[in-house]
Ligand binder design. Structure first.
Ligand SMILES: Cc1cc2nc3c(=O)[nH]c(=O)nc-3n(C[C@H](O)[C@H](O)[C@H](O)COP(=O)(O)OP(=O)(O)OC[C@H]3O[C@@H](n4cnc5c(N)ncnc54)[C@H](O)[C@@H]3O)c2cc1C
Length: 240
């Protein structure tokens, strides 16, 4: 079993130039509403147009867009929260078809390794007392789960059956595609202080990257502080 402390990374699979080009398409679509399509559309005009849409709350026009992101080294808890966002497409690592016996140093069941995400603000080696008096750390507990999984696999259980004992902290990965409007909603829900630390940490970092590439779509989100574990949170502020 391997502990992942610095968990949660992402790759934006949509090329940067494609992200920027979508602003022009949004302006083209939006101008249909106002019958002002003859106006020349440039990078500069599209930025102004998109800002106007967001300021006036005409966010349906932002739906003429799409961004695909791959998240890696996130927990099943993270992915379970992400897939609650219904206006998106998902492809996720399967615990039915992925045989964790094949991870780690080789296909041998003796050598396989489950990876688990531990909160960065918790000590994975600090032992706590169980009701039966034993002392165990979260690392020890994950090791136990790995033993259970391995025992079931060795006795002939299929991965899709043995997975029942995998903890919610098990490492996963997921690809999501959504339009700008839905991304704005996901950021609003998942970068706020009340969101779970893992999805908040990863999505705060992703939001910042989006703000660098296409600021006009996301610059009304402002870093608002840190929580008790020194993890950031954002708030959405109305545009002037
Ligand atoms: C801090 C926090 C705590 C949470 N706690 C819990 C919890 O305890 N239990 C739990 O079950 N969930 C919980 N959730 C998940 C939450 O309830 C939502 O399922 C999740 O945030 C997705 O949000 P959404 O439905 O607004 O958005 P999406 O599914 O992303 O949809 C975006 C928007 O589209 C519209 N929309 C989508 N589908 C429909 C529809 N069928 N009809 C009408 N409008 C629609 C809505 O305006 C919606 O806001 C929590 C979320 C957060 C951020």
């Amino acid at each position: 079993m391997k502990i992942l402390k610095d968990a949660g990374s992402f790759i934006i699979l949509t090329p940067e130039e494609e992200l920027r080009a979508q602003l022009l398409r949004i302006e083209k679509a939006g101008r249909t509403c106002y019958q002002s399509e003859k106006k020349e559309i440039t990078e500069e005009t599209s930025k102004k147009f998109v800002r106007m849409l967001i300021k006036n709350g005409h966010e349906s026009v932002l739906e003429h867009s799409n961004v695909t992101v791959q998240f890696t080294n996130v927990s099943r808890g993270f992915t379970h929260e992400l897939v609650r966002h219904r206006l998106a497409a998902f492809s996720q690592e399967s615990t039915r078809y992925v045989d964790y016996a094949k991870e780690g140093t080789g296909p041998d069941l003796e050598n396989f390794q489950i990876k688990c995400i531990v909160p960065p603000h918790c000590d994975e080696n600090r032992k706590v007392q169980l009701e039966d008096g034993r002392m165990m750390s979260i690392s020890d507990m994950f090791n136990e789960y790995e033993k259970f999984y391995r025992a079931l696999r060795k006795s002939g259980w299929a991965p899709q059956d043995a997975r029942q004992v995998l903890p919610i902290g098990t490492k996963s990965q997921i690809v999501i595609s959504a339009n700008f409007r839905e991304w704005r909603h996901i950021f609003e829900m998942r970068t706020q202080k009340a969101a779970h630390w893992e999805i908040r940490k990863v999505l705060c970092d992703l939001l910042e990257t989006f703000q660098e590439i296409i600021p006009v779509v996301f610059d009304d989100f402002v870093e608002a502080g840190v929580d008790q574990d020194n993890l950031r949170y954002f708030e959405k502020h109305p545009l002037n």
